[in-house]
Design a protein around this ligand. Structure first.
Ligand code: SF4
Ligand code: SF4
Length: 213
């Protein structure tokens, strides 16, 4: 069966119709984002990188209970808890998170871990630039996840606010470090007294704002 010959009108209209699409697109709003030159603003409750939060005096909120690790469907969290002592205290209560790791090669940023956390120690920030070419670098340690120091905080380990107990911290009665609060020596981390003295320093701003899940 022979093909129907194109008439001259159809042969002219097809290319013009194609240019019509191009011409219309020229006047539409541009959707291309100039990332990474222009950073994208995320939604306020965006699920980004995690953060381990501190109490207002600098003590850590994590009590090393491992509930976040148990809640994680991707098995991305590893926690080892340990006991606080009066000489080396990291959190107001009995236990603290000695080792804390999140593997971002596994994490799907679902937020179930922060829902499981009983102390609001773990929250998520808006930071989304987590890509890396090394698997090792994708395992974030406690030191990387712990919030920075805000004014009025002293880095851990240090003593509990005098005259208070763990409950007072959760009732919001401790608002900053007591005058004279000094950082203790982190003996469990192999620190010597002079190391502790040299680790004092100006308070650094918190790395990321805490965001509700
Ligand atoms: S956000 Fe989800 S996948 Fe990631 S560590 Fe938390 S529970 Fe696991
Ligand atoms: S982050 Fe929260 S749930 Fe996870 S170990 Fe610490 S206190 Fe427990």
């Amino acid at each position: 069966m022979s093909e129907r010959p194109k008439d001259s009108g159809e042969a002219f209209q097809n290319p013009v119709a194609g240019f019509g699409v191009t011409f219309k697109a020229m006047f539409k709003k541009r959707l291309t984002e100039q990332y990474p030159e222009q950073q994208k603003t995320t939604a306020p409750r965006f699920h980004g990188r995690h953060q381990l939060n501190r109490h207002p005096d600098g003590l850590e909120k994590c009590v090393g209970c491992e509930l976040c690790a148990w809640a994680c469907p991707a098995d991305a969290i590893y926690v080892e808890g340990a006991d606080n002592t009066e000489e080396e205290r990291y959190s107001p209560g009995e236990r603290y998170g000695r080792v804390y790791q999140i593997n971002y090669a596994r994490c799907i940023l679902c937020g179930l871990c922060i829902e499981a956390c009983p102390t609001r120690a773990l929250t998520m920030t808006n930071e989304f630039e987590l890509a890396d070419s090394s698997r090792e670098n994708l395992i974030y340690t406690k030191e990387q996840l712990l919030a920075g120091l805000e004014p009025g905080m002293v880095d851990t380990p240090h003593a509990i606010h005098p005259g208070t107990d763990e409950q007072d911290y959760y009732r919001g009665l401790v608002t900053e470090a007591a005058p004279g609060t000094e950082r203790q020596v982190a003996v469990s981390k192999g620190e010597k007294p002079q190391d502790a003295a040299s680790s004092f320093g100006p308070a650094e701003p918190a790395a990321n704002k805490e965001v509700d899940a």
